[in-house]
Design a protein around this ligand. Structure first.
Ligand code: UFG
Length: 329
């Protein structure tokens, strides 16, 4: 099981790489262009600096390390930015991924675990969301991922690509070791921003909209610990090696929390107060996104370890407290 991890120097990528190294006997090769990744997030793995548009480098890496599967994280993932700069998102997430798929087919690598997103559902017609819930993304980011899910289904039928797409809900938290964690530039995600506000590292936290049809008017999301996501990638890879057919799975905790509830939980964990204010809604934000992850629990026996929101936030706090400037590289 020699695995190429594109985007392995990123947030979810680096946590998954750590688990794959601990739990598989094979080589784990991180392939990252370092646009949003961090060199210090890659600890012991083989590291190749490269872009998913660089077909020659990709093919060379696959051959050199005898790669038999790919976990593909390398993508842009910010909902708000995708609405302002759609071109970058279509280019990187769609054209870049198609390029990776071409190289995989040319080099005979047919196993792929793909990072998808709850954003494919848009404003869901029912809750909790199952994999069969209608897909109608409300933002460009979600559209790019849905396009690629559809393309992979076609490649699976026509070229024998074997993939598992994981639709992440809101990834958060950090490894207990405290040496890797979330560090985006710019940071736009709620939990790191609340913690940074508690640390006095950012301006006032803006609560984007308090007039949504939810219990306190702020958006509801399903927050899932990054190591539980990592575990799902390991299970997905093992399933592919065992001959599992192409499939799509939701990955969430099944519990929804409003923005205000997250802020309260973070303040309880830190013992600090985050300066905050109400701001207008952010474009592209659905009111409620909560997952049913029954399918992956049933099919792959995935069991999240972190179910309590304060425990999850405590791991993020451990990282942010110890690394207030992130990786500083
Ligand atoms: N929010 C604020 N203020 C902030 C930041 C966020 O109020 O400063 C709110 C957002 O409006 C949203 C919630 O907090 O209601 C969570 O926002 P995040 O930016 O943390 O996360 P998103 O839900 O927008 O998106 C994340 C990932 C996506 C993924 C999605 C799936 O970034 O890749 O979860 O639920 F698609």
């Amino acid at each position: 099981m020699n695995i190429l991890v594109t985007g392995g120097a990123g947030y979810i990528g680096s946590h998954t790489v750590r688990l794959l190294e601990q739990q598989t006997g094979g080589r784990v090769v991180v392939y990252d262009n370092m646009v949003t990744g961090h060199r210090h997030a890659v600890k012991n793995s083989i590291f190749v600096e490269g872009d998913i548009f660089d077909s020659a480098r990709l093919a060379d890496t696959i051959k050199r390390y005898d790669i038999s599967s790919v976990v593909h994280f390398a993508a842009y993932s910010l909902v708000g930015v995708s609405m302002v700069n759609p071109r970058e998102y279509y280019h990187n997430n769609v054209v870049g991924t198609l390029n990776l798929l071409d190289v995989m087919l040319e080099t005979g690598v047919k196993k792929l675990v793909f990072s998808s997103t709850a954003a494919v559902y848009g404003e869901p017609e029912s809750s909790p969301i199952t994999e069969d819930t209608g897909k109608s993304p409300t933002n460009v980011y979600g559209r790019t991922k849905l396009i690629m899910e559809n393309a992979m289904a076609d490649y699976s039928r026509s070229y024998g690509l074997n993939y598992i797409a994981l639709r992440y809900f809101n990834a958060c938290g950090a490894d207990r070791a405290g040496d890797i964690g979330e560090d985006h530039q710019p940071e736009t995600h709620l939990i790191p921003l609340v913690l940074k506000a508690c640390l006095g590292k950012t301006d006032k936290l803006k609560i984007f909209g308090d007039d949504y049809p939810t219990k306190d008017g702020t958006c509801v999301r399903d927050y899932i610990h990054v190591n539980d996501l990592a575990q799902a990638h390991l299970l997905a890879l093992k399933a592919l090696y065992a001959g599992h057919e192409s499939e799509v799975y939701n990955l969430g905790n099944g519990n929804g929390f409003t923005v205000r509830e997250i802020i309260e939980a973070a303040e309880a964990v830190t013992g600090l107060t985050a300066p905050k204010e109400i701001a207008p809604r952010r474009a592209g934000d659905p009111a409620v996104l909560v997952a049913s992850s029954e399918k992956i629990r049933r099919d792959l026996n995935w069991q999240p370890e972190y179910t309590d929101i304060k425990n999850i936030i405590a791991t993020a706090w451990n990282w942010h407290k110890g690394n207030p400037d992130g990786f500083a590289c």
